[in-house]
Design a protein around this ligand. Sequence first.
Ligand code: NAD
Ligand code: G3P
Length: 325
Amino acid sequence: MRIGVIGGGAWGTALAQVAAHGGREVLLWAREAEVVASITDEHVNRSFLGGVALSPSIRATGELGELDAVDAFLVVAPAQHVGAVLAETPVRGRPLVLCAKGIEAGSRRLVGEVARAAHPDAAVAVLSGPTFAHEVAQGLPTAVTLACEDAGLRARLAERLASPHFRPYASSDVIGAEIGGAVKNVLAIGCGVVEGAGLGQNARAALIARGFAEMTRFGLARGARAETLAGLSGLGDLVLTCSSTSSRNFSLGVGLGQGRAASALLADRRTVAEGAFTAPVLAQAAVEAGVDMPVTEAVCRLLDGAEVEAVIGDLLARPLRDEVA
Ligand SMILES: NC(=O)c1ccc[n+]([C@@H]2O[C@H](COP(=O)([O-])OP(=O)(O)OC[C@H]3O[C@@H](n4cnc5c(N)ncnc54)[C@H](O)[C@@H]3O)[C@@H](O)[C@H]2O)c1
Ligand SMILES: O=P(O)(O)OC[C@H](O)CO
């Protein structure tokens, strides 16, 4: 199975490295000419994944049309750009493995819905889990959820992507895998705020647990399975992203917690913090689904510039409730 990777950011590059395991040829499309040049000439991606020597069997291109030669696509553009990029990609019914984590602003569609609308004849799979790109690219041990409704295809994809360091666990719950990855980014911003404002480890653990309750309520309302949300792509990724400044979402939250404005924190970033885009759409989708998501609402207020003290005070002042509702 020849793999094409759509997106030359940190995660697309790390996944190209995974797919190139054993010297297999991989074609990576990058939007930036300098990324194509750096991978082609030096086998590195200086712009988004510096310091990692890439397999020489990864070939880079700036032409989406060249991807016509592959058998399956790893779609690794940021969630807000997946629709536009897929519209230009010659998919022609070949499988789309979605690796972005987010919800499209405006339409409030999950990435799977965006992909199906663009290419109704292509099978859709979701690859998601606790995966910092720089660790994956260095060959450190990693496990992910690989979700696809077609059992034969998910087995073929898992076999194609697995390596001694990269272990996909198969699942048929596509929506569950998607929702875990999208929601955890929003919650990670909240955990970063706790860190930045010096609110302590108890508060961070409480936010992870209550955030997971929110993720579960929302996921179940949208048809996800509870065990998927408690697995690698849900709780696993939530714990990772809420624990480390290696996370762009957590780091954004740290800045907010230190009193800096979201607009300033996002302005000079070249890398993506998906939670900043997903938070307001997730909050709207939660209202539509009749699901209570107070942590998500708090993150939205913080992104809009509300004072940390006021937002945390309001969260803690909510009426007492049962833990399991
Ligand atoms: N970096 C990670 O560790 C990691 C791990 C798992 C999942 N993800 C997810 O992968 C997706 C891609 O993130 P990343 O970390 O590879 O990106 P990145 O932050 O490293 O790089 C930004 C990417 O956005 C692309 N981009 C910017 N504007 C664009 C546009 N108008 N159209 C198309 N592409 C545009 C750039 O070309 C670049 O590929 C995100 O949804 C992210 O949540 C990232
Ligand atoms: O850096 P972040 O916050 O986008 O997180 C990266 C991955 O999604 C972690 O699994």
